[in-house]
Design a protein around this ligand. Structure first.
Ligand code: HSE
Length: 415
C-alpha cells in the first residue's frame, strides 16, 4: 500500500478523491499496490464526505507523516501552495499538481528541488486539463526538435468566441453566459485577458526547450476588444478568430512566444476546436503536426490527469522521471515587436476608398475584405506579406496620423 495525501478539496481535488475511490481496483492493477488516500487538507469541513475521517486542517499532519510518499496539490494559487510544495519536496515526498500558476512561476526551482531530493514533481493537469500533452512532448515526441507549439489553451475564452462566431452573440453577453454556466469566474480577468493561456504556453515552452519561460516576459493580449464585426470579417477571409498561445524557436536561438487572438483559416485543425474544448498543435521536425484535443478543464478531466501523475509517482518511488528544465537569467525571448506576422485591420475613415489607398501606400500588398452590412466609412483588409509586429504598430500610427481610426488589428495565424 502506498499512502498519499491531497491538499485542496475544491473542484479538482474532490475529483481526485472521487477517482482514487471509484477507480481503486483499476489503479491497483496499474501500480501493483493500493493507493491509499490518507490525509485530505482543507480549511473547510466536509461532514458528508465518505472520506470525512481523513480530513485535516493542519499541513503538519502531512509533512510529518513518513508513510506519505506522494502529495497531491490541488489548492491553486501561489500561497500557501508554494511553501507547502517546497517543504514536501524538501523531505523527498513527490508532488503532483494541477496548479499552472505555481508551475509557470516557480517550475524550474521546484523541479530542481525535486531533483536534489530524489523526488518527482509532475504537473500534467496544469496544461490542457484532461488532455495528455506534457508527457507526449517529454516522452513520445522526444526524438523531435519541436519547431513550434500553438494551441487553444483556455476553454472559457474559446466558449465565448464560439458563441460570438456561431450565434452572433456580443462579447459581454457571451461572457455572462460563460459565468452563468460556471466556466468563467466572477472576476474573469485571468481568462479573458489571456493570462491563463500565457501560463500554459510558458509551461509548454519551458518543457519543449528546456529553459524556464516566465509569464511576465511574454507579450499577452486577450479577447476583450474582439467585436462581432471582426468575427464577420474573419468569416469573409475564410476563417475564425481564436485565442492562440504560440511559441517557436528562432534560428537565433531566441524564442518567438506570444498569446493573442488570431485569424485561423478554416483549413487549420485548430479552427474546428469549439466551446470549452482545448486543442494543441505540436510541430515536430520528424512527425510534422501532431494535434491534441479534449476537455481542457473541469473536475473529472483535470482530476484524471492528476491521478495519472499520482500513479506515475507511485510507480517511480525510487527513481526520477526525466521531466526537467533549468532556470536561466539569460534573455531567451525575442522582442514581440520582431515577431513576423501578417495582420487583419478594420478601420474607420470619412472616405473609406481614399483611406484604403492610403493603407495600400503604407502596407504595400494588401487584400480588401468586404461585408454586406459595413457602415459608410468602414473598410477592412489583410496584409499579404509577413512583417515584424513593430512595423505593424508603426503603420497603425501612420494610419491614425492620416485621420484613419484603426478599430481592430488582429494577427493572422500561420496555423
Ligand atoms: N479557466 C481555465 C479555462 C480553467 O477556462 O481553460 C482550466 O485551466
Amino acid at each position: 500500500m502506498i499512502s498519499v495525501a491531497l491538499m485542496g478539496h475544491g473542484v479538482v481535488g474532490s475529483g481526485v478523491a472521487e477517482i482514487l475511490t471509484t477507480h481503486k481496483q483499476k489503479l491497483f492493477s496499474s501500480v501493483g499496490e493500493e493507493i491509499y488516500l490518507k490525509h485530505i487538507l482543507d480549511l473547510r469541513d466536509f461532514p458528508d464526505s465518505p472520506l470525512c475521517d481523513r480530513f485535516t486542517k493542519d499541513f503538519e499532519d502531512i509533512i510529518s507523516d513518513r508513510e506519505v510518499r506522494v502529495v497531491i496539490e490541488t489548492m491553486g494559487g501561489i500561497n500557501p501552495a508554494y511553501e507547502f510544495t517546497k517543504r514536501c519536496l524538501g523531505v523527498g515526498k513527490s508532488v503532483v499538481t494541477s496548479n499552472k500558476e505555481l508551475v509557470a512561476r516557480h517550475g524550474a526551482e521546484l523541479l530542481q528541488l525535486a531533483k536534489d531530493n530524489n523526488a518527482n514533481y509532475l504537473f500534467e493537469a496544469s496544461v490542457g486539463g484532461g488532455i495528455p500533452i506534457l508527457r507526449p512532448i517529454n516522452q513520445c515526441l522526444v526524438a523531435n526538435e519541436v519547431d513550434e507549439i500553438a494551441g487553444i489553451l483556455n476553454g472559457t475564452t474559446n466558449f465565448i468566441l464560439t458563441k460570438m462566431i456561431d450565434e452572433n452573440m456580443p462579447f459581454d453577453e457571451a461572457l455572462k453566459l460563460a459565468q452563468d454556466l460556471g466556466y468563467a469566474e466572477r472576476n474573469p480577468e485571468a481568462d479573458v485577458e489571456g493570462h491563463d493561456a500565457c501560463r500554459k504556453i510558458c509551461i509548454l515552452a519551458s518543457l519543449a526547450y528546456g529553459k524556464h519561460i516566465y509569464p511576465d516576459n511574454v507579450h499577452t493580449e486577450g479577447i476583450t476588444k474582439i467585436a462581432l464585426e471582426d468575427v464577420e470579417y474573419a468569416a469573409v477571409w475564410g476563417g475564425v478568430i481564436k485565442l492562440i498561445g504560440k511559441c517557436k524557436l528562432l534560428p537565433s536561438g531566441l524564442m518567438d512566444i506570444v498569446v493573442a487572438p488570431m485569424f485561423v483559416p478554416c483549413t487549420s485543425q485548430l479552427a474546428n476546436i469549439n466551446d470549452v474544448f482545448n486543442g494543441i498543435m505540436v510541430r515536430g521536425d520528424c512527425t510534422g503536426d501532431v494535434v491534441f484535443y479534449g476537455k481542457g478543464a473541469g473536475k473529472l478531466p483535470t482530476a484524471s490527469a492528476v491521478v495519472a501523475d499520482t500513479v506515475d509517482c507511485c510507480k517511480h518511488l525510487k527513481t526520477r522521471k526525466n521531466l526537467f528544465w533549468v532556470d536561466t537569467t539569460d534573455n531567451c525571448i525575442a522582442p514581440y515587436t520582431e515577431s513576423l506576422t501578417k495582420v487583419y485591420m478594420r478601420c474607420l475613415a470619412e472616405d473609406a476608398d481614399t483611406a484604403y489607398n492610403k493603407a495600400q501606400d503604407i502596407f504595400g500588398d494588401i487584400t480588401r475584405l468586404e461585408r454586406a452590412s459595413a457602415p459608410t466609412g468602414e473598410f477592412a483588409f489583410v496584409t499579404n506579406e509577413d512583417m515584424p509586429y513593430g512595423n505593424i504598430l508603426e503603420a497603425v500610427e501612420n494610419l491614425e496620423q492620416a485621420g484613419i481610426k484603426v478599430a481592430s488589428a488582429i494577427r493572422i495565424g500561420n496555423l
